[in-house]
Design a protein around this ligand. Structure first.
Ligand code: TRP
Ligand code: SF4
Length: 336
């Protein structure tokens, strides 16, 4: 245990997760937890950077994210699963890191620029962007450095943030002339983004997603709306799976080689219509998700267990976090 390298990663509590999260992130975490000392956290402070005035669903969202993690196979006996706001050491580290981070490093952050733009478009008023939002990349650095983490498994959209955390770790070491923080490296998943049912990136706000927790009926209904080969209008038109934007892509994710060949033949020869193809796909998707959904429903009705997992995980996270923070405070030469 002691000699394992550490990884950490997190998600904002946005509510129920979809298959893009599952295939793009969670499956990877589940594999990684076997090999690394792993910390996975729900970033509730990060949620407040933009949604400080929309907190009514926050508790429920935290719970739903955790349920989806557990259902997907994140194992609290193997990984430390915690809630960001339960580990105050991260906030303390954030204070120290914020002092040494040049303002223009934060302003350069591309994701922050995008976020600022979205907020600006929505609210037409830059003054609604909070101080905390501008500190977002530094807070994320604090998350990562809280455990003196070696690797951060994230999607490509987060790499700029991890780069910044490397810069801040290096700057800390230079300023205080100590080889203290490890420069964390992103651990990229090779899995391509999962398309939504309309062919765009799968996302909650685009209304094109399939949730891990959707019922089998809803899943089938949603799959019926999926984009197919746009040139195949009637059932006796021959189709081309290569031009089938979404449904065939899903087959490649969910089907066996035999399934995929069969679909290919049926499509090209027009012996299988798109409706039939989608119906079969829905069965397949539901089959794959069934054990995950069953696991979810077991935890769902056990609020006590969910609470226990969050409290125990956070207490465990604090042990390592305190050790790292105390070391940093020493290195800075604070009064003690
Ligand atoms: N910024 C990440 C997101 O929006 C969430 C996050 C916060 C995170 N802190 C992190 C991810 C630290 C990895 C490591 O998805
Ligand atoms: Fe796509 Fe299936 Fe229709 Fe072919 S039959 S176009 S693979 S949905």
């Amino acid at each position: 245990m002691e000699n394992k390298k550490r990884i950490m990663s997190g998600m904002r509590p946005t509510g129920k997760l979809h298959l893009g999260h599952y295939f793009g992130v969670l499956k990877n975490w589940v594999d990684l937890q076997e090999k690394y000392e792993s910390y996975f956290f729900i970033a509730d402070w990060h949620a407040l950077t933009t949604k400080y005035n929309q907190t009514d669903d926050l508790k429920e969202n935290v719970k739903n994210v955790l349920l989806d993690w557990l259902a997907s196979g994140i194992n609290p006996d193997k990984s430390t699963v915690y809630l960001q706001s339960f580990v105050p050491e991260t906030a303390m580290l954030h204070i120290y890191l914020s002092m040494i981070t040049p303002q223009n490093w934060v302003e350069r952050d591309p994701t922050l620029k995008d976020l600022a733009k979205i907020m600006k478009d929505k609210q037409e008023n830059m003054s609604n962007l909070s101080y905390g939002l501008f500190g977002y990349p530094v807070l994320m650095t604090a998350d990562i450095l809280t455990f003196n983490t070696h690797f951060v498994p994230v999607g490509i959209d987060q790499v700029a943030h991890v780069e910044l955390s490397r810069d801040i770790a290096r700057r800390f070491n230079n300023i205080y002339k100590a080889d203290y923080f490890i420069e964390p490296q992103p651990l990229l998943t090779k899995i391509p983004l999962m398309k939504g049912l309309d062919g765009n990136k799968m996302g909650k706000s685009f209304n094109n997603d399939i949730k891990i927790s959707d019922s089998e009926e809803i899943t089938e209904k949603k799959i019926k709306t999926g984009i197919t080969d746009r040139n195949r209008i009637r059932k006796d038109d021959k189709g081309n799976p290569e031009n089938c934007e979404v449904i065939f892509e899903y087959w490649k994710i969910f089907g066996s080689e035999d399934d995929i060949n069969e679909v290919c033949q049926g499509c090209k020869n027009a012996t299988m219509g798109c409706a039939e193809c989608k119906k079969r796909l829905a069965q397949k998707v539901n089959e794959v998700l069934r054990p995950i959904r069953e696991k979810r429903s077991q935890f769902e009705n056990n609020d006590k267990l969910i609470k226990e997992i969050i409290y125990d995980g956070s207490a465990k996270a604090r042990i390592k976090a305190k050790e790292v923070l105390d070391g940093a405070i020493d290195v800075i030469k604070m009064y003690k």
